[in-house]
Design a binder for this molecule. Structure first.
Ligand code: MEV
Length: 331
């Protein structure tokens, strides 16, 4: 019987369509080579102990007590670990088992920065708990579906794009829970610029909702326009017209700015990247700070990277990754 499992899952960037995807429009997401790693060990009692040494966070609870109630009480669980608690709950329910576990989380994805850190932790947790308790490697679809329950704890009413790309890896067009694979190819590079300004996806999603409710004749057409732009972007990606892709990224940024989810720190890095010769640049994820992305030819990546650093951002070296959720080892 498997007693200790390590699973990992990637973070992501969104090339087109964030926020609009919450309203059923298509979006394009790509997995990156930064990952969350989760170690799960069986304990032999009914305690669950969670630790995230990178963040100096710990939490624990007794399954005997909490599972006798309808759901876990999140009382005294640090905010950043609540999704892990939920991921454990849904995974134990899916196994129909009650087992004490030690769970350790390590990640090289900056948290609260729009790179899908919480989703990748949830995805890796579900996969590791599933493998540890049943011996089976669950399908990406099942892992994603269970991790989505954990995402709701963090983001309120998320679209599901983050857990989906983290479970599947590669590139996807995501719309209303359905995915189509998309090959981005090696002819372009992406540079991520971290503004180092932390923000909350939940608040930004609710800001867009308030704009759409207050000005339905303005907010909702912008959302639809982002959807059309995304489909145009997909065509350009398929034909390798990266200048077109970059132009559409710039337009997408303008529309996100109109919805009020950009930030001065993002604008600085976005303009710096464009001036350094990027095909295009935009925020990625919920905005309000967090990360921006720029698309450029591989020869131009160094220029853009330096421009981002010179403008006060932290360039995050990254590459696309085909690898979705992975069970890395079991003992
Ligand atoms: C996801 O990274 C960003 C948003 O589109 C929210 C969501 O899709 O749930 C803003």
């Amino acid at each position: 019987m498997v007693k200790r499992v390590v699973a990992s899952a990637p973070g992501k960037i969104i090339l087109f369509g964030e926020h609009a995807v919450v309203y059923g429009e298509p979006a394009v997401a790509v997995a990156i080579d930064r990952r969350a790693r989760v170690i799960v060990e069986e304990r032999g009692d009914f305690e669950v102990r969670i630790s995230a040494p990178d963040l100096s966070l710990e939490a624990g609870f007794d399954l005997e007590r909490v599972l006798s109630e309808d759901s876990f009480s999140f009382f005294e669980i640090p905010q950043r670990l609540k999704n892990v608690v939920r991921a454990v709950e849904v995974s134990l329910n899916a196994c129909n088992l009650k087992r004490g576990l030690n769970i350790e989380i390590n990640s090289d994805i900056p948290p609260s920065a729009g790179l899908g850190s919480s989703a990748s932790v949830a995805v890796a947790t579900v996969a590791a708990v599933g493998k540890c308790l049943t011996g089976d490697s669950w399908e990406s679809e099942k892992v994603s579906k269970l991790a989505f329950e954990a995402e709701k704890i963090v983001h309120g009413a998320p679209s599901g794009i983050d857990n989906t790309i983290s479970a599947y890896g590669g590139g996807i067009i995501f719309q209303q829970g359905k995915i189509e694979r998309l090959d981005i190819g090696a002819q372009v590079s992406i540079v991520i610029g971290d503004t180092k300004v932390e923000r909350s996806t939940k608040k930004l999603v609710s800001h867009v909702r308030s704009i759409c409710e207050k000005y339905p004749l303005i907010g909702l057409p912008i959302i639809r326009l982002i959807g059309s732009l995304t489909l145009e972007g997909v065509e350009r990606l398929k034909t390798g017209d990266f200048e077109g892709v970059g132009e559409l990224m710039d337009i997408n940024q303008g529309l996100l700015d109109a919805l009020g989810v950009s930030h001065l720190s993002l604008s600085r890095l976005i303009f710096a990247a464009r001036e350094a010769g990027a095909y295009g640049a935009k925020l990625s994820g919920a905005g309000g700070g967090g990360c921006m992305i720029a698309l450029m030819s591989p020869e131009n990546a160094k220029n853009v990277l330096e421009a981002i650093e010179m403008s006060g951002g932290r360039a995050v070296p990254t590459a696309f990754s085909m690898r979705g959720v992975t069970v890395e080892s079991e003992e």
